[in-house]
Design a binder for this molecule. Sequence first.
Ligand code: DGL
Length: 275
Amino acid sequence: MFVHQAIAILDSGVGGLTVAKEVMRQLPREKIIYFGDTARAPYGPRSPEQVRLFTEQIVDFLIQFNPKMVVIACNTATAAALDFIAAKLTIPVIGVIHPGARAAISATKTGHVGVIGTVGTIRSGAYPAALIELSPYIQVVSEACPDLVPLVEQGQFDTEHTKEVVRRSLHSMRQNDIDCLILGCTHYPFLRGAIREVMGPGVKLISSAEETAREISTVLYQKGQLSKGEKTPVHQFFCSGDVKMFQTIAWEWLDEEIQLTPIVWHVRRAAGDAV
Ligand code: DGL
């Protein structure tokens, strides 16, 4: 029965927790199985082929739990692997780029939208393509910010160093006349305070997390697969790298203790890849 099955969520690391948190808020009956590939993060500088391979390995791992849906809560993996994974599975597979683009379109007044993301996401052109597919009038300016993900994976959300790196990373984006900035990496909402400070109050910050959770909700509703459980579900988390760091960040972000299982052996062995 679909209604008792979990939603599988994956990311290169802790970034997908921004989506998981929204799913917990909007769909509190749904059980989540989360995989953060922290041993191999960041995905941003990697080739699309490698990101596709890693995503496929994680999906193969998650599929053993018989989820009712897979959520690729990573923009880099969505850009590289969404179509590929969706074609392989018979359950719905949801990425974060279309929801992010949709949220920006509904928020912008001037039609001038900025996108920041990893090198892989920006190089893929997936955001401009998704925005222009929805509205040909949107003007998009994109920029890769490769220095931000490592700060988040180290749990440095609002140190002076973080503020300085954010300031440097957004220096040229600030010169553009945009009214919306898409945080096109699921890690970036962790740095929302620092990004807000640099971009100023005139620029709305768009995270795809809320809209992705809405899409999950819509798809499950349309398929009659929303969980009917009465009790708070027990979520399961897996990570391939530093357990302590993942746990600390997850507790802080989700504001609850999590059940975390390290599965370094699985990912490393399956990868055949020097981390
Ligand atoms: N959180 C991911 C994203 O949305 C990946 C960041 C990374 O591993 O480089 O792109």
